[in-house]
Design a protein around this ligand. Structure first.
Ligand SMILES: *[C@@H]1O[C@H](CO)[C@@H](O)[C@H](O)[C@H]1NC(C)=O
Length: 167
């Protein structure tokens, strides 16, 4: 009898955990295309000819989104067919790199700037600083952030809507 109650408790807690987790995941919105384009613009002016490169410090980044192997890996390894250079091929392809960004944010999306919502401003921080460091306001003084704002702000303001400049 008491083992039946214990079993019911375990089942109840398991169902509760699944519900809470599902609800929590629902709070992370998908990165929309407008945000995506400005993320692309922030890192490289969305230079589609930018391939893999080593900017020093043992880092290695690829493509217009300037993404590392680790980021691609945690973003769900889109375009992984088991080859050693699949991640480079993927990241140098804008569409495939965007799958990595969406996958990464699905895992790590959170309210970095304590605005009360998870939005593009958080995704930009996470993209650049990683989820662990994304609360740092040091990013606000970077060219990366200024690029992002000049892109994203021009979308926000209907009077200066020159979207074709970035898309
Ligand atoms: C770019 O990536 C997308 C999505 O993974 C894929 O469908 C497409 O075939 C790739 N394009 C090229 C030129 O490889």
């Amino acid at each position: 009898m008491s083992s039946t109650i214990k079993l019911l408790q375990v089942v109840f807690l398991a169902v509760l955990a699944v519900c809470v987790k599902a609800q929590y995941n629902d709070l992370i919105p998908e990165v929309d295309q407008r945000c995506m384009e400005c993320l692309c613009y922030a890192g490289s002016h969305c230079d589609l000819t930018l391939k893999c490169h080593n900017p020093g410090g043992g880092n290695y980044y690829c493509g217009p989104y300037v993404i590392s192997w680790a980021y691609w890996h945690e973003g769900g390894r889109p375009g992984d067919y088991g080859g050693p250079h699949d991640f480079e091929t993927c990241l140098n392809n804008k569409t495939c790199a965007e799958q990595a960004v969406r996958g990464y944010m699905r895992v790590y999306g959170k309210d970095c700037d304590r605005s009360g919502t998870i939005d593009c401003y958080d995704f930009v921080r996470i993209h650049k600083l990683g989820a662990a460091g994304c609360k740092s306001d040091s990013i606000l003084n970077t060219q990366f952030w200024k690029n992002f704002e000049s892109c994203y702000g021009s979308f926000n303001n209907n009077n200066v809507m020159h979207s074709d400049q970035y898309w």
